[in-house]
Design a protein around this ligand. Structure first.
Ligand SMILES: *Cc1c(COP(=O)(O)O)cnc(C)c1O
Ligand code: SF4
Length: 324
């Protein structure tokens, strides 16, 4: 299992890889006890993330991010297939525009792992034959858009050729001055990020470039993520992070403080802490608003102001993220 591209699609193979010591120690953990072996949103974990779990001092937290839980089968009122109103805001098969000046591209359905709390877990990803052309045509008629956000799925899972085509199709429009990439790959598949590095290095000469990593727990960050972020930084990228507040994973002042400090050590500023989007099958991750506000108040007493993320929720139909 030395290949960094190894992925686990079978829960049993993944648990074997974690090893018998691990299994013995954690067999009684809630995450394993409540495993759902046949999830509707299939299990996927990278070898890199499995290694992070093995090294973690809080492995149950990381496991809960990716191990299917029986609670996903429950139908909870208010938890729906399109919790943030992506579909009404769709402008084409792959462009979503909700906010002034910014457009979001659903570049691909593929991710490095499958996060159980994913807000797009029920998204009807289209099979788009030519995302690059579609995006380019759309920007042609929308010169008010100055920031293009690559999202997905995870845009850095595109093949180097497809990713380059997409970026070039955006770069030909002088109206677009900022390119933003939202990705979880620096902590899930750092090997795939490196495949794009030649292009990523060139981009800041054409755009203002912003990388928003999605990291939820300090133990997701290691030497490999530090090296990657350092590469981006040297090339002139602005590095931000967004997290989701998740019950049992990062809902304590100590864990959030550790996360924000470690991000900063790796050159990344905390940007948003999101309240959970109410997608079907994620209700067991919910942290009540009142508790979320208490947590932010508490970390504000422990961190410099520039390391305290903004606590927000996305409400369908609003003109921006909404402060909680
Ligand atoms: C969240 C989001 C953005 C980015 O919002 P910022 O507040 O600028 O980070 C843009 N477009 C869509 C569709 C979004 O969901
Ligand atoms: S990386 Fe993002 S889009 Fe992909 S499964 Fe995780 S939360 Fe969902």
């Amino acid at each position: 299992m030395e290949n960094p591209g190894t992925v686990f699609t079978q829960i049993s193979d993944f648990l074997d890889y974690l090893g018998s010591d691990f299994a013995t120690n954690f067999a009684k953990s809630e995450a394993l006890a409540n495993l759902n072996p046949t999830p509707k949103f299939p299990f996927l974990c990278s070898r890199h993330f499995a290694d992070l779990i093995k090294k973690s001092s809080d492995p149950t937290a990381l496991l809960s991010e990716i191990l299917p839980h029986v609670a996903e089968r429950e139908n909870v009122p208010g938890f729906v297939d399109d919790p943030v109103g992506d579909l009404p805001a769709s402008k084409s098969d792959c462009v979503i525009q909700k906010y002034d000046g910014r457009a979001l591209i659903v570049s691909t359905a593929t991710c490095g792992v499958r996060c159980r709390f994913c807000f797009r877990k029920n998204y009807p990803f289209q099979n788009i034959p030519d995302v690059a052309r579609e995006v380019s045509n759309w920007i042609d008629t929308h010169s008010d858009v100055w920031e293009v956000i690559l999202s997905g799925g995870d845009p850095l899972t595109l093949s180097p050729g497809a990713f380059r085509d997409l970026v070039e199709s955006i770069a030909v429009h002088p109206s677009v001055t900022t390119l933003r990439i939202h990705t979880r790959l620096p902590v899930m598949r750092p090997d795939l990020v490196m495949q794009h590095f030649e292009l990523l290095r060139e981009l800041p000469t054409r755009f203002h470039c912003v990388l928003v990593s999605h990291v939820n727990h300090a133990d997701e960050l290691d030497n490999e993520s530090a090296t990657l972020f350092a590469h981006f930084k040297i090339c002139g990228w602005t590095l931000l992070n967004q997290s989701v507040l998740l019950k049992g994973i990062n809902d304590s002042p100590d864990k959030l403080t550790a996360l924000c400090r470690k991000l900063f050590e790796q050159g990344v500023l905390p940007y948003y802490l999101h309240q959970l989007d109410h997608a079907n099958g994620v209700a067991h991750f919910e942290v009540p608003d009142e508790r979320a506000r208490e947590l932010i108040a508490e970390i504000r007493t422990k961190l410099p102001g520039y390391l305290v993320p903004k606590l927000v929720r996305e409400i369908a139909g609003e003109k921006s993220k909404t402060p909680v």
